[in-house]
Design a protein around this ligand. Sequence first.
Ligand code: NAG
Ligand code: NAG
Ligand code: NAG
Ligand code: NAG
Length: 603
Amino acid sequence: MSPIPRIHNHRGGRSKWQKGLLVGLSAGLAISYMIFVVVSGRYALSQLISEGDREHLRVALLSQAQSQQGTNAQQQQQQQQQQEQAVPLPANPNSQEKHRGEQQPAPPPAALRSPPNANPQPQPAAQVPQPPAAAKPRDLKSKPSEDQEHAPQLQLSAPALAVGVHSIIPIEEGTLKCTDSPPRKRGEDGSIVYWRKWTEETPMWSSPFKPKKDEGPKYVTFEPDEGGFNNVRMALEIFVLFALATGRTLVLPDEYPMYLLGQAGIMHDFDDFYDVEGWANNVDVLPMHKFLEKEGLTGQLKDGEMPPGNATRFDLRRPLWEYIRRATDIFPVGPDSHVVGIDLPTNITTMEELMDYRPDFESFSHGRQLLQYGPELQAKKSLHFTSAMDGGNRYLAHFYSFLYFSDPQVDAFMKRFVRDRMHYKDEIFCRAAKVVDLLHAEGKDEAFEPYDAIHIRRGDFQFTETRLEAEEIFRTVEDVIVPGSLVYVVTDESNATFFDSVRDRYRLRFYKDFYAQAELKDINPNLAGMVEQVIASGARTYVGTYFSTFTGYITRMRGYLGKNPGYYFLKPYKDALQSPAKDFYASDPNFSREWPAAYMGID
Ligand SMILES: *[C@@H]1O[C@H](CO)[C@@H](O)[C@H](O)[C@H]1NC(C)=O
Ligand SMILES: *[C@@H]1O[C@H](CO)[C@@H](O)[C@H](O)[C@H]1NC(C)=O
Ligand SMILES: *[C@@H]1O[C@H](CO)[C@@H](O)[C@H](O)[C@H]1NC(C)=O
Ligand SMILES: *[C@@H]1O[C@H](CO)[C@@H](O)[C@H](O)[C@H]1NC(C)=O
């Protein structure tokens, strides 16, 4: 297996992407990075033991190394005085230009699966993070403001110990097991499986903030985004990672009717889409009614207020959220104005120091302020993320553009968690696999993967510039999806004649064409959208709708698979995804597209 993602050089139009990717993923880097990982892993482990009580960043290294060297690391948690502080960024209108093109770090290699000694050629370690050292707490340099005068000093964890998150054992490929077809593995030709399997030996990271036994649990509650499922998903990714990073228990809403997923009166909870039980090794999860039973009815939330009517289940959402907003502490900032830092080293106390330590922070924050998660927020029993209801903050943003992990190892761990643990349930992948098999059978004479896919969002979409005729859409992209191709079409267009103008040039296939053959009707009809996303992720070439978070997730999954993420049929954005090295971070914190930072260099 080559460490470089497979790129099919088909019918031209790929060379830009290919070059960019190859530059970013040079084999030399792969090797030196691997050597660094091994060396610094050992380094960190010895630090971990010898630095003793000074350190309070708790790292659970569930590896053999740890079982040999004892578990004192886990007992080294030490409460320190810290503070949350919003550090204003210097205004820099040109920041975007300045960072484009030159300063983006070449992402570390996408796949590091060879054993450490396979090819011990030392390479210049230009892009490799320095082995971090334990840092002594130091006073704030900047003069504290009036109300900060008596606040505790900024003392955050040194990153040294977090190096343990990096896997030094080969990562196992994920497998999809379906009842009615042979298992599929990640990395097999045409596979739609992108996740890696986490095993007992996979080194884990656990939060330095995790409450001690005698403290009692702390919680994260959230109002699901009120938009379509993919907006709900994006916000959920933020909340799950926030809970993971802060050691809080995640309170998941009980089933409710989701927007556009109300077919047949079906209500949903997150178990319907995700293997929530599989998160439990890393994040404690509690359903809302249990949370209300345990903390609400016992008067342990703010002011001892009980849930309305002493209920734990609510038919209407509003009274529940109004109560939760009163009975918990509302998370103070949203993704339009702030980024949230969770693991800054102790001795980074000013913006200048942060910029020295992480020159790419500016590309990440993109003019937003930094809120540092510290003891003040940590002291809150329950932190609540709102939705846009009644003027609340809306968390319609990418987790990797809102939650900031300064240690690249921790950052990569978080991104792997989303890739490996937050993929759709097997049931969804198994249905998609059937359709993919049928498409493969139909297009088996074509070179490489035999079908392309296009997502044309019309319906209730508010971005009217995307409402083009089929003829214009296909003309715009006919250099990447050439006439004659077998094209799987994902659309909410119900007008049956809409595609007539292109039917003589393309072999179009729709979900309903596979309804009987792939036995799609025996699954919850509300899962259709997710099944279709997976089908599109497996296509040779993908063309999507700009601004659509549904399309966004398809391009992310293709990134996870090592495929070219795709194109857009809206002309100004057509090639937006074709320069991964240049546009690495989310330069626009909004949701309109995905960015390579989500999936490149995270292993
Ligand atoms: C923080 O501490 C590390 C290790 O002691 C050191 O290399 C680094 O220069 C320090 N950074 C600042 C801003 O003092
Ligand atoms: C809820 O329970 C508390 C304590 O058990 C009781 O005092 C209160 O009257 C109840 N409220 C309602 C609306 O039933
Ligand atoms: C996100 O997009 C909205 C609407 O396009 C815009 O008003 C807002 O400023 C954007 N937020 C950021 C942080 O760029
Ligand atoms: C259906 O689409 C065709 C082609 O775009 C258009 O001419 C026709 O007016 C549409 N019909 C309806 C009912 O919208």
